[in-house]
Design a binder for this molecule. Sequence first.
Ligand code: ARG
Length: 657
Amino acid sequence: MSGMVEQMWVLEREIHSLTAEIECLKNPPSVGLSSHLDGLREENAKLKYRLNVLKRSLQEERSQCSKTMMNINQRLQEIFGEAIREAFPDLENAPLAVTPNQQAKFGDYQCNSAMAMAQMMKSKGLKVNPREIAEKIQQKIPDNELIEKTEIAGPGFINVHLKRSFVSKLLTNLLLNGVGLHPALTDLTIVIVDFSSPNIAKEMHVGHLRSTIIGDSMCRLFEFLGYEVLRLNHVGDWGTQFGMLIAHLQDKFPDYLSVSPPIVDLQAFYKESKKRFDVDEDFKKRAYQCVVKLQSKDPAFIKGWNLICDVSRKEFQKVYNCLDIQIIERGESFYQNMMTAVVKEFEAKGLVEMDEGRKIVFAPGQQIPLTVVKSDGGYTYDTSDLAALRHRLFDEQADIIIYVTDSGQSTHFQLVFAAAQMIGWYDPKVTRVEHAGFGVVLGEDKKKFKTRSGDTVRLMDLLDEGLKRSMDKLKEKERDKVLTPEELTKAQQSVAFGCIKYADLSHNRINDYMFSFDKMLDDRGNTAAYLLYAFTRIRSIARLANIDEVTLRKAVETTEIVLEHDKEWKLGKCLLRFPEILQKILEDLLLHTLCDYLYELATTFTEFYDSCYCVEKDRQTGDVVKVNMWRMLLCEATAAIMAKCFDILSIKPVSRM
Ligand code: ARG
C-alpha cells in the first residue's frame, strides 16, 4: 500500500510541475506554442486520470484492509505529507515528523515538521517563520476520517486532536477482527534470522542465550507481520578442533563405529583432547590427519563427527525445549562445498591478495582484510560466512537477512557485508542485510557473568535455578495452597522462563545487561512477573462479573465503546499505538520498545481501572448491580493487545497463577 502512496506523490508532483509549465506558457500567451501547450494539457489530463485510478484502488485496498489495525501515526503522516506537498509544492523532501503526545493538553498527536522546514528553507536563503509554515500546512490538511481539529502551538507545533468516534470504531474493529497486522504485501518477503548458533563440543553460554532469546523474538515479530521467516542455527560444527576430538574419540572409544560412546560431558572431553593436542606432538599430527580425512568425507570420520555433533545437539535441544525455540540447524559444515567456489569467484574478479601465504580480501572503506584461505589451505569463519551469505541471497532469495550475535562480532560482519557488496552480490538499497549486535551479560557484581567459583555458567543450570526461584516465590505467596499441582507447575515455568526472556528483551540490546534473578522475579516494576499478574487480573475481570464469552461477543457488535472519561480516552489511544510500535521495531530491531509499550499499557490500564468502574457491586451483598459493558470491552481489548505482545516476546501467560 505504501508503494501506491509513493506513486501518488510522484504523480501529484508531475501534475504540479506540468500545470506550472502550462501556466507559464499561457501567460503571456505565446504564439506558435499552442500545439505544444495542447500536448502538455493532454499529458496532464492523462496523469490526472492515472492519479484518480490510483486513489480509487488505494481506497479500495484500505477498506479491504480494515481487518488489520490502522497505524494512526502512519495515517497522520500521509495526511500531513499531503498537506505539506499542497502548501509547499516546491520544497522537495520536506521533513515529515509526527509523534504521539504524552500530555493530553497538547492534543493526541503532534506534527513537528514546520520547524525543520523553516531550517531547510533558511539553508536555501529563505527566511520564513515556522508558525507561518504551520498555518499554511494546517490550511491544506485534506479531508480525512481521523482528525477532529488541529491547533498551532509554541514555535510551530501542530497539535492534533483525534475524532473520538473514529477511535472508538477502530477499537470495535480490533475486537471484531482480532489483533491483525498484515500489511498488503504484494509479494512475499523472505526473512532469514541467523541466531542462537552455539558451537559443537563447547558449552552454550549466556551470550548464546541472549542471541536465542532476541533472535526468537525477532522471528516472532516478522512472522506476526506476515513475512516468511527462515530461522537458522549457524552452529560452529566444522573446523580443526574436530580433528583432535575425533583423534581422542578413537583412543577413548575405539569401538565408536559400532556402539555410541557415552560422552556425557562433551566439554570435559573437549578439554582433555585440547590438553593432549597442546603437549603431545604425535597426537597433534594425528589430529591434523583426522581433519584431512574428515574434510575428504571419509565415512568413518564422518561417523565420529556425527556422534560428537549429536551429543551437543541433545544438550542444545534441552535449552530450546525450555524456551520453546523453533530453529533449523544449518551449521558451518553445510557451506563446506560452497567455500571453494566462493574463493574462486573472488579470485576471478581479481579481489584476492596474498599475504604471507594467506589469501586475503580487502573491501572498500575497511581497515582490515578478510582472510578467506589460511596459510595451511584451510578456510575460516570469514569464508564460511561469505559462503552462507551467498547461499542466503541466491538460493534462499532472502529479502532481509539478520545476524544476531554479540557486538564483539560486528567488525566481522561489517567486513563480510562490505565484501559481498563489493563483488556485487546484493545492493543494500534493495536487500536488507544487518548485524543485530548485543552487549555482554554481566553478573550482579557488574563483572562478566560467572559462577561463584569463577566458571562459566551452564545454561541448563541457569534455567533450573530460575525454576527453583520462581517456585520459591510462588510458595512465598502461598499460591501452592490455591493452585492445583498442574497449575502450579505451569505458573512456575511461565514465570521462570518468562522472566529470563523479558529481562533480556526489556533492555536495549546494544547495552551490556546485568543478570539478576532478584530483579527479574520482582513482581513490581517493568518485569514479566508484574505483567503476567496484571494480565491474569484483567482476564479475570469478566469472569468475576459472570459475563460469558457469548455475551461479550454480542456486546462487541452492539455496544459503542464510549471514550468520554480521560482515562478511557488515554487507554483507547494507547491500545491503538500497537501498530506504530511494531513498525518502529521493524526498522531498528530494538525489542525493548515493545516491552516499554507493554508496561505502559499495563499501567495505563491500572489508571483506567482505578478510576472507571467496570462492574458496580452492592456494598453489602457483593452482588453485581451494574455492568458498564463498554468498559468491559476496553478490558477485552487490553487483554487482546497484551496477549499479542506476550506472543511476540514468547512469554506464556497462564489462566491462573
Ligand atoms: N558460532 C558463533 C559463535 O558462537 C556464532 C555464529 C553466528 N552466525 C554467523 N553466521 N556467523 O560465536
